[in-house]
Ligand binder design. Sequence first.
Ligand SMILES: Nc1ncnc2c1ncn2[C@@H]1O[C@H](COP(=O)(O)OP(=O)(O)OP(=O)(O)O)[C@@H](O)[C@H]1O
Ligand SMILES: Cc1cn([C@H]2C[C@H](O)[C@@H](COP(=O)(O)O)O2)c(=O)[nH]c1=O
Length: 239
Amino acid sequence: RALPTSAGALRQRLRQCAERIPEAEAVLDLLEKCPEHQKKGSFPVIVFEGLDATGKTTVTQAVKDNLNGILLRSPPACISQWRTVFDDERTPIKRAFYAAGNYILASEIAKASTQAPVIIDRYWHSTAAYAIATETSGEVQDLPPAQDEVYQWPEDLLKPDLVLLLTVDPEERVRRLQHRGLEKTKEEAELEANSLFRQRVEESYRRMVNPACQEVDASPSKEEVLKTVLQLIKKHCAF
Ligand SMILES: Nc1ncnc2c1ncn2[C@@H]1O[C@H](COP(=O)(O)OP(=O)(O)OP(=O)(O)O)[C@@H](O)[C@H]1O
Ligand SMILES: Cc1cn([C@H]2C[C@H](O)[C@@H](COP(=O)(O)O)O2)c(=O)[nH]c1=O
């Protein structure tokens, strides 16, 4: 399978291509500086997941402001300048890059969660869901079965307290994509063109376990969605 599910496995993958791709060496250098088995601080760590244009950027910013939190994202800023290099690489290398981003992000989460609530725009569930959906074709029935290990959280990666999956109906999502009008990644283009791919990504999110995603209908107004999300955070996270 293309997705490495431990820090050791993804380091090995990046090492294999580091001679040819200098950016892989740079990612490895950053990984070396991250202690293994990061632990979170006493503040809650809340992740927002979902397909492109479901409203993650909008809601994470609003939640951050509301809770006086710290906003982080995957891939983290320190490696995002190399993203286009890896997006053009073969699938196993590209997936190793996104996986590495999560382990580097875990170091940032560990530190930030000692200071304030941490709000995250995409984390492991996105890395896994896009990888799983890309590796299969056809209908959701063709995905690995629900209990498969691909849906498990990596044992050595810091876990969040709450993962909220934002969903909107396909027509509203396309309206939001068009309204935004930014440059598309390959995955975004595929999501628009291929409704089966979109369904596979969303179903993969739903099958993730330990922690599982809690689904939020993000179709209402920005204010309504924020209200729902803040209620869920209050219910599930102790401050
Ligand atoms: N609840 C909402 N109602 C109407 N429009 C919304 C809502 N939330 C977000 N939008 C709009 O939809 C577009 C996409 O939102 P946003 O950028 O927050 O999504 P995203 O999930 O972060 O996308 P990506 O993953 O591609 O970065 C933006 O133009 C935003 O203003
Ligand atoms: C984090 C992450 C992202 N992707 C792909 C899938 C999406 O189409 C875009 C979205 O990125 P954005 O920064 O939220 O606009 O990137 C991926 O394949 N794997 C990942 O881990």
